[in-house]
Design a protein around this ligand. Structure first.
Ligand code: NCD
Length: 323
């Protein structure tokens, strides 16, 4: 029997960030406000701070990533930390070294934060249970299960455009079953109290009935998008679908692609989101992805300030804990 794991300390502050499960509205609001505080006007230099001065942040990404990895690195550097980027999980597995030996090795070099992306469920918690008392683990993506900073940056992007979450209808479309982005968005937006969360997917990409509590399920995109305030598109996670070569992109686009004609069925002020990387012409057309309702590029910028906020929160937690 392993003892229960908590990513928060006795005061409800984050010691690690592995999942949004169990994180209350107050803490999410605090992180969103902190991130918003780092936003600088267009054209200005990026925000800087010294909240992480003297810290070392290690990015350990065992799955491909461009924006998540780069944004964690920039977030850490802009707050004054040193960073290292390693494909260490992969290489150490290949060499037969246990993950935990890799972590101990890096910890001896005084790494303070491990940002981990991995396809194996449970690895993040496993590492968090083994690190020293002042070391934190942040998930940069865990299998199909969780991508907490993506859920937070999506919430931040929605808040900037829509203000209040209370009246919003949010539609998430695509390969929901295999999507950690959808799971974390569902968790964040449900906690923040959106009026209605809809998930739209073909039957093979719909999650099991025990998941996505409270969400309305649609097989028809035309029905699921009607009147929506936020339309969040997803990439098909081919790497997570066994024997997946079979999804026909043309047919998928016909039924589940976001086109200008489909977007016209949403609320006239609806915003369009996508975590990236996009398959243009499959789940979204270029005119929509680059159009006036698209916030896809804004999401990327918000990824940096949101990750700064999480790192700064962890630093504040550690300072509060220090004797
Ligand atoms: C997503 C991921 O890796 O979970 N991308 C991201 O983090 N921006 C979504 C995806 O890969 O489709």
């Amino acid at each position: 029997m392993t003892s229960p794991f908590s990513q928060t300390d006795a005061h409800g502050r984050l010691r690690h960030l592995i999942t949004l499960d169990g994180i209350g509205r107050g803490l999410i609001e605090e992180l969103l406000a902190r991130a918003q505080g780092y936003v600088t006007p267009a054209g200005a230099l990026p925000p800087r701070g010294d909240e992480l001065a003297g810290w070392t942040v290690a990015n350990l990404f065992a799955e491909p990533s461009t924006r998540t990895r780069a944004s964690f690195e920039l977030a850490a550097v802009r707050l004054g930390a040193d960073t290292i980027n390693l494909d260490v999980m992969l290489s150490s597995r290949a060499k037969g070294e246990s993950i935990i030996d890799t972590i101990y090795t890096l910890q001896e070099m005084q790494v303070d934060v491990f940002v981990i992306r991995d396809a194996e469920p449970g690895i993040h918690e496993y590492v968090a249970r083994h690190v020293g008392p002042s070391v934190s683990v942040i998930s940069g993506g865990e299998a199909h299960l969780s991508h907490p900073t993506q859920g937070l940056l999506d919430a931040l992007t929605i808040r900037q455009c829509k203000g209040d979450f209370g009246p919003l209808v949010v539609t998430i479309v695509g390969d929901i079953r295999h999507s950690r982005v959808a799971r974390s968005a569902h968790r964040a937006l449900t906690t923040l109290g959106v009026a209605e969360l809809r998930i739209v997917a073909p039957p093979a990409m719909m999650p099991g009935a025990s998941e996505f509590a409270g969400a309305r399920r649609f097989e028809s995109f035309d029905e699921g998008i009607a009147g929506a305030d936020v339309v969040m598109m997803l990439r098909i996670q081919r790497e997570r679908i066994a024997g997946s070569g079979t999804t026909d992109s043309v047919e998928y686009h016909q039924h589940y692609g976001l086109t200008a004609a489909r977007l016209a069925r949403a609320h006239p002020d609806a915003i369009v989101m996508h975590p990236g990387p996009m398959n243009r012409g499959v789940e979204i057309t270029s005119d929509v992805a680059d159009g006036p309702q698209s916030l896809i590029r804004r999401q990327v910028g918000n990824g940096v300030v949101m990750r700064m906020a999480v790192l700064a929160h962890l630093a504040a937690t550690r300072r509060a804990r220090a004797p």
